[in-house]
Write a protein that binds this ligand. Sequence first.
Ligand code: F6P
Length: 378
Amino acid sequence: MIKKVAILANGGDVSGFNAVIRAIVKTAEHNGVECYGFIDGYRGMLKNEFVKLTSGNSASGILHKGGSIIGSSTNANVFKYPVEENGQTVYKDLSQVCIDNVRNDGFDCIFTLGGDSTQKSARDFAVRGLNVIGVPKTIDNDVACTEITFGYNTAVSVASEALDRLHSTAETHHRIMVLEVMGRYAGWIALESGISGGADVILIPEIPYDIEKAADAIRKRAEMGKKFSIVVVAEGAYPKGGKVSVANERSGGEGVINEQLGGAGQIVAKQLQELTGLTTRCTVLGYMQRGGTPTAFDRVLSTKYGAKAMELALEGKFNVLTVIKNGKLDYVPLEEVVGDNKEIGAVQGGTSQSNVRYVTMDNDLMKTARNIGISFGD
Ligand code: F6P
């Protein structure tokens, strides 16, 4: 019987974090389980910083709120944590400190709300003996084994609204409007928002592009009398034979990928202007995609995921990830989620060893986009 549980939110924030927290807390309370939240993800577990969560107080009125009431951490790989020693940064495995904290605090289960990196650490903690249940979060929609992550729908919605706004200005000024969206190395946000926002060209990392082909699509539109075009570029999109565009290095520590993507949209915009002769502007949507109130879809998905996670804990089904499989709420072992990335603590997510879900060519969204003549620059 579980009596006391803790939630942690980890990785880049998304709209829907709070809705998951609320659902876990409410389901826990109905079943006489006490709920706590570690502050700032795995870092809170390491520092043993947590707060009590109750639906009557701290976790009240949060369903529609963006961000995370318990914070989140984007650089907290506790299996390779940066520590200052003799004026130098060294990376240490501090996971045992976290495990001791969890045991001493008496938490029977930890809910890990996060993407592929977070779930890799969750699985590594599970192997070391903790009871863990993951909930798949990320605007990128690239967590393995689930059809959708919470936060993704809101990001698509924000991008889609941006495209509507770009449409009217593109049309008025006879311009090409390029919108760069997030998604890391997966093209889901670009693909789905591109369909929903009526894009003419969508460039995604899964299909390295030929800029000439993208320009051809725009020229064909011009021949048909269409004086403007809308292009969606995933931040991870890159030309055939080329590389992803990196804006900066970030200090996420060891065992994680430290590339901060950015610049892909500008490159495409410049080349399209040169090739077509049409004035082209680029908009980078950035963190707008992660903030603010979640869509109704994300509120419901997050609530389903949170309630299911607590239900699994009550049934004693640990070391799993809540997922949507064939459109239904389900769960899979964390072992399956990490795939071949088995070495404890060696790497987290976002690396070449990561098991992530990319856009596949047989996906309905891809087939739909092709059917209606959207160009992928190939
Ligand atoms: O993984 C979510 C995400 O927003 C990506 O789409 C983006 O590439 C990255 O995080 C940005 O990371 P950071 O918050 O470190 O700038």
